[in-house]
Structure formats: structure tokens, C-alpha cells
Write a protein that binds this ligand. Structure first.
Ligand code: PAN
Ligand code: ZN
Length: 186
């Protein structure tokens, strides 16, 4: 029995994406993102010029077992590494048969998704839009706007995270600066 086997409530600020009293706060800075961008020199320059925060995730320590739901607030800063918009690492769920929903509460960007067999999708994220990542689809957020991209995410608590496959294979598309719309490039 944990604190989270009894009902509870928690406040979240949709303007900032910050959760009240989170049990875990994950902070990813530019230096945590080596290997993820098309332009490693531009990333090193960003690290040298202050190593800015890329994104933060706020979570409650829900028990990671079947039946529970994990939820979090994810706050991805605006910015670019060279011409490529800031992104999250992205992952498959270790238990591949688990989905996730993202509700965007601020900012704009994409949820980029892919499967092992080569399918991919880029769903627009903007305030009030919900995006569904079905079972088997890896997912990554990308901020193409000028404000933080703020999302509320919910997924089965036993899902687990597999980062390794994305670290080695990446996604079939990158999202680069473009006018009037961002460009999706191979
Ligand atoms: C989200 C992500 C969050 C950060 O909560 O974990 O946006 O992205 P990375 O985990 O890829 O660094 C989620 O998809 N959880 O399963
Ligand atoms: Zn996920």
C-alpha cells in the first residue's frame, strides 16, 4: 500500500506546466541531448553558452504496476539546435502494448511517432488538442513555437521506457525551421 493507493488530488498550473509537490522532477539540459540532433556542433555551442534546459517533466510516484495510471506534466522549452527545433529524447514503452495520451495545454509543436516497421506520423500539438500514441508507437515532442510546449500525459503505470532504440535509430523525420511552416525532412 502506498500513498497513491488512496484517492488524492494535485494542482497543476497550465500557464507554466508546473505540478504542485511533484515526487519526481526530471530535467534535461542541452548536455543530456548529445546524439539526438542533426547538428552536433550547434549542440556543443549551445552547451558551451550556458547549457540551457531543454525540458522538464513533473510526476507523482504512482506505483508502476498494472491497474494504475502514471501521469505527468511535460514542459519543453522553445529553441533550436542549428535549424532543428528542440525535442524530447523520445521512447517506446518497454511494455509495447501500452498507449499514451497527450493533452497540449500551451504552446505549439508536434508529437512525432513511429513504429518498428517504418510507419511514422506527426500530429500537431497546440493548446486544447489531444494526441493519442497507440500501443507500439514510439513518441517524441517537438516545440516549433516561441513559448514552452506544455502537455499533460497519461499512460499505464507498468509501461516502462525504452530509450535505447530511439537513441540508436532516431525517427524517420526531423522537424526543421521553415517559413511559413516548419519543414519535415528525412
Ligand atoms: C512523457 C515523456 C516526456 C519526456 O511523459 O516521458 O514528455 O520525454 P522523454 O521521456 O522521451 O525524454 C511520456 O511519453 N511518458 O511515457
Ligand atoms: Zn511515453
Amino acid at each position: 500500500m502506498s500513498n497513491y493507493d488512496v484517492p488524492f488530488g494535485v494542482g497543476v498550473d497550465f500557464e507554466t506546466g508546473v505540478m504542485d509537490n511533484p515526487d519526481r522532477v526530471i530535467t534535461r539540459r542541452a548536455s543530456d541531448m548529445r546524439g539526438y540532433y542533426a547538428n552536433p556542433e550547434a549542440l556543443e555551442a549551445l552547451i558551451a553558452s550556458g547549457d540551457p534546459i531543454h525540458y522538464m517533466v513533473y510526476e507523482k510516484a504512482i506505483p508502476e504496476r498494472q491497474g494504475h495510471l502514471l501521469f505527468c506534466m511535460s514542459v519543453l522549452q522553445p529553441g533550436r539546435v542549428g535549424n532543428e527545433y528542440f525535442l524530447t529524447k523520445g521512447h517506446y514503452h518497454t511494455e509495447v502494448d501500452t498507449a499514451e495520451t497527450y493533452l497540449c495545454v500551451g504552446g505549439r509543436g508536434y508529437l512525432l511517432m513511429k513504429t518498428e516497421d517504418g510507419q511514422w506520423a506527426a500530429e500537431k500539438m497546440e493548446k486544447g488538442r489531444m494526441v493519442y500514441a497507440p500501443p507500439l508507437w514510439a513518441h517524441r515532442s517537438i516545440n516549433t513555437g516561441s513559448e514552452p510546449l506544455i502537455s499533460f500525459c497519461v499512460y499505464p503505470a507498468h509501461a516502462g521506457h525504452n530509450y535505447g532504440d530511439i537513441q540508436t535509430q532516431g525517427f524517420p523525420r526531423r522537424i526543421m525551421q521553415g517559413e511559413p511552416e516548419p519543414r519535415l525532412v528525412k
